[in-house]
Write a protein that binds this ligand. Sequence first.
Ligand SMILES: NC(=O)CC[C@H](N)C(=O)O
Length: 373
Amino acid sequence: MSQPALLVLEDGRAFAGTSYGATGSTFGEAVFTTGMTGYQETLTDPSYHRQIVTQTAPHIGNTGINDEDDESQKIWVAGYVVRDPARVPSNWRAKRSLDEQLQAQNIVGISGIDTRALTRHLRERGAMRAGISTEILDAGELLRQVLEQPPMVGADLASEVTTFEPYVVPAEGEKRFTVVALDLGIKSMTPKRMSERGIEVHVMPATTSLEDVLAVNPDGIFMSNGPGDPETTEHPTTLLKQLLEQNKPYFGICFGNQVFGRALGLGTFKLKYGHRGINQPVLDRATGKVEITAQNHGFAVDAPIEETVQTPYGTAEVSHVSLNDNVVEGLKLTGRDGRVLAFSVQYHPEAAAGPHDSAYLFDRFVELMEGRA
Ligand SMILES: NC(=O)CC[C@H](N)C(=O)O
């Protein structure tokens, strides 16, 4: 049964609506995503841990929930904000409604609010802490609790989403390469995209030691997407520095781009409201081609776009930029031998959900390993 629900932002702006999914109270960073489709992949992306996600698309839930498209074992968003939920889901793969799935996983949501006004507010004021409740309908009291929550800046969250035990995703067809994928919040489509290319992927916990990485004799190293502030990635950053020192080819996605930036000595910083959606234009600076990409990031690498950066491992440069706001969307490192050693992107070539324009990056990783095999 739907009940009254309240959403309060940390600056006091409040939206009254109707409960969606589970009842109760929840807190997190309020962000918005512009994806018209792909809500199942969004909800189950571990990078959304501790975030209250607003969908700018007004109709959500139309295709229900299926048993194939989850990007991890569960829904990670802290809360969910939808304008107008589908009353009757309809899709040949649907097994249940989104509302039922949110309830089953105890995810508190709110519907029936003006998500356009909320999005415009977040664009103007920036992503901020928020709370949704069906129990505390007094805005002042809910605000008091919102202000007690920890901010996203400084949040070390990879340890809360990473796998406890290593596991192997076998290569499809003939095995060509072995890759260690450090799981900072990995989406299941990422190892799949590698295994399709003959890569045996050893997914390992975020705290894995250099010895344990080298024990499987990897041809390449991968670091995944993940939640939280990249300034807290001390262990993965140190590990990556050691692996670059040993000339191990590297590919990183999203958090893996930020870890790479930090390993190269660059800084990271929080964007005002981030990039989230599956319609984000990115320029490949080497080819001049534009890709439409899937994105979900609130932080970015601080690097000079027109200049190269000298690092202990070779020369680094910005390979991709956002065409919306010029934010760094990719990095490339040319090793001391003059060949590309490592690269990463801030966006999501695994495209789950999202357009497949950037799938070539997985091929580029294969080429990188071929060149160094
Ligand atoms: N999807 C991700 O890997 C996000 C990385 C990081 N947590 C950010 O918000 O920028």
